[in-house]
Ligand binder design. Structure first.
Ligand SMILES: NC(=O)c1ccc[n+]([C@@H]2O[C@H](COP(=O)([O-])OP(=O)(O)OC[C@H]3O[C@@H](n4cnc5c(N)ncnc54)[C@H](O)[C@@H]3O)[C@@H](O)[C@H]2O)c1
Length: 258
């Protein structure tokens, strides 16, 4: 699918990889981008930077059916359609299955992560796909593209990442059934599993911690540049034959248990 003038919904787009992708899609690909994020202040800042002509922000909680329904309608009112949906909103809350005292971690802590990282992805993907089905098919075959953001933790979750890793693996499991189902409406579904990226949060870490992280990356031995993530999103959108795939974007890094 050509990206020029297409409408791209990015959840979690007010920060980190999502914001970098919004910037790349507008500035380098001529897209129109709707950022759906919980953080209204950061969302407004993003629109100030990207310009209200091509960027739009809706304060949204991806874990709420009503909030996402409202946001998706607002995007269609503003831009007329939705062609691409990139699900980046996530919580990285770390905790062990058993707490320090050896007691089972309360289920509510696990459920808080699944509500955003898994239910949130289904919630946004399904509502965006419903709108994509109304698009004219490009080249007679393509109405939309979904990209769900997984993580290397889906494969090698570290101690303390049980909830995060489980949700990120579940996102990979969504690929095939959704891609098969959406074949009928011309919508592809893929995932990206990033390794360690130089997001503002990571960049703010102490130099020693940063060096330790870098040493776990194989080649090239550095953290990922956020533009490399955005570029991978563009590749998936532009290449119509990529479907039900998960791209590990991690310079061959495989994190240790802790
Ligand atoms: N940064 C990395 O190195 C890395 C590595 C692997 C995977 N990932 C994945 O990439 C994605 C982006 O990561 P990032 O580091 O850029 O994150 P980030 O923390 O910078 O941004 C996440 C955004 O999601 C938003 N958000 C959180 N809960 C939300 C909710 N309920 N509804 C709507 N928005 C909500 C936050 O407000 C924030 O703006 C995430 O899915 C993350 O798991 C990141």
């Amino acid at each position: 699918m050509r990206i020029q003038d297409k409408v791209i919904v990015i959840t979690g787009g007010a920060s980190g990889l999502g914001l970098a992708t919004a910037r790349f899609m507008i500035e380098e690909k001529g897209a129109r981008v709707a950022i759906l994020d919980l953080n209204a202040e950061a969302g407004q800042k993003a629109i100030d930077e990207l310009g209200a002509e091509r960027a739009f922000f809706v304060a949204t909680d991806v874990s709420s059916e009503e909030s996402v329904q409202r946001a998706v309608e607002a995007v269609v009112d503003r831009f007329g359609a939705i062609h691409v949906c990139i699900n980046g909103a996530a919580l990285a809350n770390g905790f062990k299955v058993l707490g320090r005292d050896g007691k089972a971690t309360p289920l509510a802590r696990f459920a808080q992560v699944t509500a955003v990282n898994l239910n949130g992805v289904f919630n946004v993907m399904s509502k965006c796909a419903e709108k994509m089905a109304a698009n004219d098919p490009e080249g007679g075959e393509e109405r939309g593209v979904v990209i769900n953001v997984s993580s290397g933790a889906a494969y090698e979750g570290q101690i303390g990442q049980a909830a995060y890793a489980a949700t990120k693996a579940a996102v990979i499991g969504l690929n095939m059934p959704a891609a098969r189902e959406f074949g009928a409406i011309g919508v592809r579904v893929n995932a990206i599993a990033p390794g360690l990226f130089l997001t503002p949060m990571v960049a703010a870490l102490d130099a020693k911690v940063l060096d330790a992280l870098k040493s776990q990356v194989e080649a090239p031995r550095r953290l990922g540049d956020m533009r490399e993530f955005a570029h991978t999103c563009a590749f998936i959108v532009e290449n119509a034959y990529v479907n039900a795939e998960t791209i590990r974007l991690d310079a061959a890094s495989r994190l240790k248990a802790r």
